[in-house]
Design a protein. Structure first.
Length: 445
């Protein structure tokens, strides 16, 4: 692993979602350990949320760069992020992102980096890099199984791995989504163009031991070298809010509680929230649950939950609104399961920590991730009705099965084994990434 003496500079442009920015930042941190200097480019509101994650260790090797989006009538600056964004404004945010390409071009011109690493939404990013003679590589923050399935779905070709599938209600939803236009471009076309315009390779947030066959298949589909970067799990950062959570967790027995979270960008419907609440109550398992509502909607937590729910669960349940230190909670010895929406970053984090998963996918790539969890053997997915509705009895049953049931024993064993493998492999993937990038620079020169 050889890098040039004065290092390489990398300009990173993630999509405006926490689930994308966070892995870009973690990849950046890993690259700085190999003599890279990293510029991370995003909107002011997104950068303000990650400032505290750049500790003194990285303050001289990672620089945050502001990308200003135009202020559109429906999209004031506090909506220049997907976090808390009302779902109907997502196409508007993509349009604003596209309209910022001239600003990004100026950033590339002024910084003159050795490499641009971009997300799969801005096909203009590699075009801009190319216009300045700079190589550009996409970094896919979704898993390889999900990426392959979406590729097959949008090209209307058969997917050759039967363990990854979609229910009819999911397929209908997904088919509509990938055809949605933002600024005249479908999401599917954005992804294809981003892959096609890359400089020979695609980086992907994945791990060979989990997704080896899907990584190889994605390479075949894209005709690019697909290089896994590993799980990129962020370190624990201390927060003032942890005190009450710590006390609650410390009073629970080992592996007796579940953590419940559906990510920062999905808001449960009233029915989904109700079924989840009753499912947790019926399971008789202790839980810590993060509930989120869209920014600007004046919803009171107590009124959103079933009447009397908080009183009935008492000390066996803790409900938090808005945010919780997920990495800290999942790493606590009292937590033995994660009721998860199956966002890819959360899944990689949970697998690395060895926590079994109760998979409750909601949208996007999450259904594929849920099927992968079952294929790998580290979790179970509660069945839904034919219309895709959650069922409280099924949620309770699967939570109990994973936490105290017979099949839960095998799941716990498998989760522990996988965690040990991921920890043992350590930084092997990132070493390979550095080698591949250095080779790219040499070929360019």
């Amino acid at each position: 692993m050889e890098t040039k003496e004065n290092g390489y500079s990398v300009l990173m442009l993630p999509w405006l979602a926490h689930g994308h920015i966070s892995p870009f930042l973690e990849l950046g941190k890993q690259l700085t350990n190999s003599n890279f200097f990293v510029y991370l480019c995003s909107t002011p509101i997104n950068l303000s949320s990650i400032k505290n994650k750049i500790t003194s260790e990285f303050s001289h090797s990672i620089q945050l760069v502001v990308l200003n989006l135009p202020t559109l009538p429906d999209l004031p600056p506090h909506y220049h992020t997907t976090n808390g964004l009302p779902p109907h404004l997502m196409p508007t945010l993509k349009e604003a992102f596209d309209l910022a390409k001239d600003n990004f071009s100026n950033i590339v011109k002024n910084l003159n980096p050795d490499l641009v690493v971009y997300d799969f939404f801005p096909p203009w990013a590699p075009a801009i890099a190319s216009s300045y003679g700079i190589p550009a590589v996409p970094f896919v923050t979704a898993g390889a199984a999900a990426s392959c399935f979406l590729y097959s779905l949008s090209k209307d070709t058969e997917f050759p791995f039967p363990s990854i599938y979609m229910y009819d209600f999911e397929r209908e939803r997904m088919s509509k989504r990938i055809q949605v236009l933002a600024n005249g471009l479908k999401d599917a076309d954005r992804i294809f163009q981003c892959n096609e315009r890359s400089s020979k390779m695609v980086l992907i947030k994945s791990f060979k031991e989990i997704e080896g066959k899907y990584i190889n298949y994605y390479s075949m589909l894209t005709n690019k070298k697909v290089v896994p970067v590993g799980p990129l799990v962020q370190d624990v950062v201390e927060h003032d809010e942890q005190k009450d959570i710590s006390q609650w967790l410390d009073n629970k027995e080992e592996s007796s509680a579940v953590f419940v979270s559906f990510g920062s960008e999905y808001f449960l419907t009233h029915e989904e929230l109700e079924e989840t609440a009753y499912g947790l109550e019926l399971s008789k398992v202790s839980f810590i649950w993060v509930v989120r509502f869209p920014i600007g909607e004046n919803i009171k937590l107590e009124e959103a939950l079933p009447q009397g729910f908080l009183e009935r669960v008492g000390q066996s349940g803790m409900v938090l609104e808005g945010w919780a230190p997920q990495r800290y909670i999942l790493g606590h010895s009292s937590v033995g399961g994660f009721v998860s929406h199956c966002g890819w970053s959360s899944i990689m984090e949970t697998m690395k920590l060895g926590v079994p998963i109760i998979a409750m996918p909601m949208h996007l790539d999450q259904p594929f991730n849920a099927r992968l969890i079952e294929e790998v053997g580290v979790g179970l997915e509660p069945k839904r009705d034919n219309c895709g509705r959650l069922q409280r009895e099924e949620i309770a049953k699967v939570i109990r099965e994973v936490m105290v049931g017979e099949s839960g024993k095998n799941i716990k064993r498998k989760a522990k084994e996988l965690s040990e493998t991921m920890l043992k492999k350590g930084e092997e993937e990132i070493d390979l990434v550095v080698d591949e990038l250095v080779q790219l620079f040499k070929e360019g020169n």
